[in-house]
Design a protein around this ligand. Structure first.
Ligand code: ASP
Length: 467
């Protein structure tokens, strides 16, 4: 007989089942022992009763007396209806219980360092992260991870149905600037050379358009070595997407439809303030809200309101006073509007771009643009942001070269998965929706990373530390 998952036991009244899981709690009522058994799908009450006429010491009931919280057990028995007065309306399995006939203990457990049957907000976060594998046993975190899975599953199906191809791009790569510092990885075989971890798959997805893949997406991990700012993680996940021959409207409409469907399907208790999402010009937004991430909720106390908006018509550059150069508002690959191209030489401050940002309740939920697909214009932008001829060649020669082989007009967007799931799950920060997040200062307390490597490894890599 196969194992039955706990949520399935309700279909088995009067039948024999085998269930496995963790002891959530145990109540000893003298003549009867109750255990709440937990697996991923839920909780089930298991009842152990002494057998009449059996000498004490080796019965199921005696064994059950030893069991403690978080022990991993197997129980075989018969599912029966609970007496009316013992029905628990809060549990899916609240109308039934399992009368134990056979018990096996797979593993005992130490007393956990914190409670698992609470929502966990009361527990110090460092402690929770150190024992994350126990913290994930908590219903709230488990449910968050399941919601995250559903969101990603939905995205994959939605985009696949619309002709997008999911393509993985390298993690060991060359720097792609998104405005942060790179994480670098030393090469053993090419000593003195380094890979960079991608700040985003930006260049790869553009090269996939040159390669003729037309519609690409990826649930992509991005790495940015930024100083700690509240709710950031050194690595995060985004839906990364690129299309050939799109209008900006096509990109916005696609993402808008995706988000509306995610909300309606997965969190129907939430409501979107305005559909279609308002499309607001950057200048007007800055004038009115003094931020490019306005919180447009009608009632900021309503946790179920989702105020999406697009911010468009961005300037291509902003002036960097300290470095005395133009910095891209989005990134260097964003296309200027056609009519403003002559201004690149005359007055870069007046050039508008095809950037589009998606904001949600005052958060940046996504950003992208129509890209430059002509090498002359790309080179001009590289120069305006202060790159020297030689740097352009070593850093982006491959891209300019590729554009010479027939690059289609293209554009795309990336939208944050962590933040979206955080908002859908009503969580206060993204760490609550990431299985193994890092602390604010970039440490993994469970694995104890970052950590030292031994001298042999350093030698193999040709690395030496100065004092
Ligand atoms: N690469 C951009 C980012 O990660 C998104 C894009 O332009 O598609 O923010």
């Amino acid at each position: 007989m196969e194992r039955t998952s706990i949520e399935e036991t309700i279909k088995n009244i009067g039948k024999k089942v085998r269930v496995c899981g963790w002891v959530h709690s145990r109540r000893d009522h003298g003549k009867i022992i109750f255990i709440d058994l937990r697996d991923r799908s839920g909780l089930l009450q298991v009842v152990f009763q002494p057998e009449a006429g059996h000498p004490r010491g080796d019965t199921l009931y005696d064994l059950a007396q030893d069991i403690r919280s978080e022990w991993v057990i197997f129980v075989e028995g018969t599912i029966s209806k609970r007496p009316d007065k013992l029905i628990n309306p809060k549990l899916v399995t609240g109308k039934i219980e399992l009368k134990a006939e056979n018990l096996e203990i797979f593993n005992k457990a130490e007393t956990p360092p914190f409670a698992i049957d609470t929502d966990g907000y009361e527990i110090g976060e460092d402690r929770r992260l150190e024992y994350r594998y126990l913290d994930i046993r908590r219903k709230r975190i488990k449910d968050n991870l399941i919601l995250r899975h559903k969101v990603i599953h939905f995205i994959r199906n939605f985009l696949t149905d619309r002709g997008f191809i999911e393509i993985e791009t390298p993690i060991l790569t060359k720097s792609t600037p998104e405005g942060a510092r790179d994480y670098v990885v030393p090469s053993r075989t090419h000593q003195g050379d380094f890979y960079a971890l991608p700040q985003s798959p930006q260049q790869y997805k553009q090269l996939l358009m040159v390669a003729g893949m037309e519609k690409y997406f990826q649930i992509a991990r991005c790495f940015r070595d930024e100083d700690t700012r509240g709710d950031r993680q050194p690595e995060f996940t985004q839906l990364d997407l690129e299309m050939s021959f799109p209008t900006q409207d096509e990109i916005l409409s696609l993402i808008e439809e995706l988000y509306i469907k995610i909300v309606k399907t997965l969190t129907p208790e939430k409501h979107i303030s305005e559909i279609p999402f308002p499309r607001l010009g950057y200048n007007k937004v800055m004038e009115k809200y003094k931020t490019d991430k306005p919180d447009l909720r009608k009632d900021k106390k309503d946790k179920n309101e989702l105020a999406f908006a697009w911010i468009i018509d961005w300037p291509l550059f902003e002036w960097n006073k300290d470095e005395k150069r133009w910095d891209p508002m989005h990134h260097v690959f964003t296309a200027p509007k056609d009519e403003d191209i002559p201004l690149l030489d005359k007055d870069p401050s007046k050039v508008h771009s095809w950037q589009h940002d998606l904001v949600l309740n005052g958060n940046e939920a996504g950003g992208g643009s129509i890209r430059i697909h002509k090498s002359e214009i790309q080179e001009k932008v590289f120069k305006l942001v202060g790159l020297k001829e030689e740097e352009i060649k070593t850093k982006f020669g491959h891209l300019l070269h590729a554009f010479g082989f027939g690059a289609p007009p293209h554009g795309g967007i990336a939208s944050g998965i962590d933040r979206l799931v955080m908002i859908l799950a009503n969580e206060p920060n993204i760490r609550e929706v990431i299985a193994f997040p890092k602390t604010g200062d970039g440490r993994d307390l469970m694995m104890n990373a970052p950590s030292k490597v031994d001298n042999k490894q350093l030698k193999d890599l040709g690395l030496k530390f100065g004092k």
